[in-house]
Ligand binder design. Structure first.
Ligand code: ADP
Ligand code: TYD
Length: 212
């Protein structure tokens, strides 16, 4: 996969801090695209394939300090490789639209920035083992206090990163906006601090334009 086969489908990722509305908006967009006759696959990271879901439990549950930052990068990248091989690349090769809740930009942020400056390691491993970027990335931008209160109201077992609190979320928000600037060709920033329908309308318009 260092030279990934390019299918005719479209690979769209959603990024943003915890609680910014990614999964809500992915489901809304999937409904819209399916109504237009598109073949849509909805997936998420870490996870999305049986092996990657096993790794998800390792990185998001249990004592977080049992992994060093470097080991964590390897685990997220291993999960991504399996997800690419088993689900994403085959779906794209069949011409499907793949909507993925988080992808490599999350590793660039959470592992690359939050525990020291490991971004060069993340990028190097990405080039070596994944070797492809999304066609389009929707960044749902949101203030950390609102995002965190939304995320914490959800009560799931995967609370590893949400437990880091508002300070980390603020750094992640700034980092994601900087990434959007760095990868201007594929990023679209959407203001997530509005009602669900308004945000969904903006995302629909962006994606419809990209697919046209
Ligand atoms: P993420 O996947 O980014 O963590 P979710 O889609 O799970 O975010 O949303 C987090 C919580 O906030 C959910 O309970 C969801 O119903 C709610 N939510 C999502 N979007 C909005 C919005 N625009 N306004 C108010 N609440 C929202
Ligand atoms: P997710 O279930 O998407 O959380 P949320 O719905 O609250 O946004 O992701 C779980 C956590 O995993 C999230 O806090 C970010 C983290 N994560 C990383 O640290 N690195 C990664 O590469 C990915 C994909 C996620």
């Amino acid at each position: 996969m260092t030279t990934p086969p390019r299918g005719s489908g479209c690979f769209i990722t959603f990024e943003g801090i915890d609680g910014s509305g990614k999964s809500t908006q992915i489901n809304r967009l999937a409904e819209h695209l399916r109504a237009q006759g598109q073949d849509v696959v909805v997936t998420r990271e870490p996870g999305g394939s049986p092996g990657a879901e096993e790794i998800r439990a390792l990185v998001l549950q249990g004592d977080p300090d049992r992994w060093s930052a470097e080991t964590e990068i390897l685990l997220f990248t291993a999960a991504r490789r399996d997800h690419m091989e088993r689900l994403i690349e085959p779906a794209l090769a069949q011409g499907k639209v793949v909507l993925c809740d988080r992808f490599a930009d999350s590793t660039r942020m959470y592992q690359g920035v939050s525990r020291g400056d490991l971004r060069p390691v993340v990028d190097k491993l990405h080039r070596l083992m994944i070797g492809r970027e999304p066609d389009l990335t929707i960044l749902i931008d949101m203030d950390p206090a609102t995002g965190l209160s939304r995320a914490l109201s959800r009560q799931t077992a995967d609370e590893r990163f949400e437990a880091f609190g508002e300070d980390l979320q603020a750094r992640m928000r700034a980092g994601f906006l900087a990434l959007a600037d760095e990868f201007r060709d594929r990023f679209h920033v959407i203001d997530g601090a509005r009602d669900i329908d308004t945000v969904a309308g903006d995302i629909r318009a962006t994606v419809d334009k990209a697919l046209a």
